[in-house]
Ligand binder design. Structure first.
Ligand SMILES: Nc1ncnc2c1ncn2[C@@H]1O[C@H](COP(=O)(O)OP(=O)(O)O)[C@@H](O)[C@H]1O
Ligand SMILES: [Mg+2]
Length: 240
C-alpha cells in the first residue's frame, strides 16, 4: 500500500492544527479508510493529550531505533492509530532525513497518513511539508494567521513547485466569512506565486470544540452533528 500523506501546516500556532488533524483523521476513518495520525510537532506535541491517551513510547523511540513503528502505534477508539510525538525533544529535527521517511513508512500500512506539523517555518516543518501528497494549510480570519499561512505557501512553492496545497479556514464566523478569507489568500497566491490556492473547506467556530478538547474526547465522538464536526466531515468527503 502507498498511503496518501496529508500534512496539516499553518505557520502560526493556536489556529486549531492539532484539533483539525485529529478530527480529519477520525472523519476519514469513519469513511472506512485505514488512518494513521503522526504527531510531528517537535515543540508542543500534544495530540495524545487531546485524545486522552498516555503513550509509553513515542516517535523518539522509533527514530532512535529502540522500537518499531508497530510497537509505538497506539489504536484509538475513534478508529485510527496515533504515532505519538515528543515535546521539546527536537527528535524530529535532529533525526533529519530519517524522520522524513516516517510518513511513507506509515503509508505502507495505512491508506491515509495525517501529519500534525508544528507551528513555524523551520527546517523540520519545511522538509516534512515538501514530502506531502496533500499539503493542507490552516488559517483563521486573523491577519497574522493569513500572513503566516502565506509565508508557508511561498516556502512550499519554492521547495516543491509541483505540490498542490489546499486551504482550510478554521474558526470562521460563517461559511461566507471563511470564503472571504480564502479569496484573500487565493488572490495573493495568484498574483505573487502565479498559482491559486484551492479551498479544501471552511470550519466554523464552534464552542463544542473546546468542550471536546477539555473532555479529551474527539469532537466527532462527543458532538458528531455540531457545526464544526459537520464541516470536517464535509472536508473529508471532498478529499475522497
Ligand atoms: N473550529 C473551532 N472552533 C472553536 N475553537 C476552536 C476551533 N478549532 C480550534 N479551536 C480552539 O483552538 C485551540 C487551539 O487548538 P490546537 O489544535 O491546539 O491548535 P494548534 O495545534 O494550531 O496550536 C483549542 O484549544 C480549541 O479550543
Ligand atoms: Mg498543535
Amino acid at each position: 500500500m502507498t498511503g496518501r500523506v496529508i500534512v496539516v501546516a499553518s505557520g502560526k500556532g493556536g489556529v486549531g492544527k492539532t484539533w483539525f488533524a485529529i478530527s480529519l483523521a477520525q472523519a476519514l476513518a469513519l469513511r472506512g479508510r485505514r488512518v494513521a495520525l503522526l504527531d510531528a510537532d517537535t515543540g508542543l506535541a500534544n495530540a495524545d493529550v487531546q485524545l486522552g491517551l498516555a503513550p509509553k513510547l513515542d516517535i523518539g523511540a522509533v527514530l532512535s531505533g529502540k522500537a518499531t513503528l508497530a510497537d509505538v502505534l497506539l489504536p484509538h477508539p475513534a478508529g485510527f492509530h496515533l504515532l505519538p510525538g515528543r515535546s521539546g525533544s527536537g527528535a524530529l529535527a535532529d533525526a533529519g532525513e530519517h524522520a522524513l521517511t516516517l510518513p511513507r513508512r506509515l503509508g505502507e500500512g495505512f491508506r491515509d497518513v495525517v501529519v500534525d506539523l508544528g507551528a513555524g517555518i523551520g527546517t523540520a516543518q519545511r522538509r516534512m511539508l515538501a514530502v506531502a501528497d496533500l499539503p493542507l494549510l490552516i488559517a483563521t480570519e486573523e491577519p497574522t494567521s493569513l500572513t503566516d499561512a502565506y509565508a508557508v505557501l511561498k516556502m512550499l512553492a519554492a521547495d516543491a513547485p509541483t505540490a498542490a496545497p489546499r486551504l482550510v479556514v478554521n474558526m470562521a464566523a460563517s461559511h461566507g466569512a471563511g470564503q472571504h478569507v480564502h479569496a484573500t489568500l487565493d488572490n495573493a497566491a495568484r498574483k505573487f506565486l502565479g498559482r491559486g490556492l484551492p479551498l479544501a473547506g471552511v470550519v466554523r467556530r464552534d464552542a463544542k470544540v473546546r468542550d471536546a478538547i477539555r473532555a479529551q474526547v474527539p469532537l466527532l465522538t462527543r458532538h458528531p452533528t455540531t457545526p464544526a464536526a459537520a464541516d470536517v466531515t464535509a472536508i473529508a468527503a471532498r478529499l475522497g
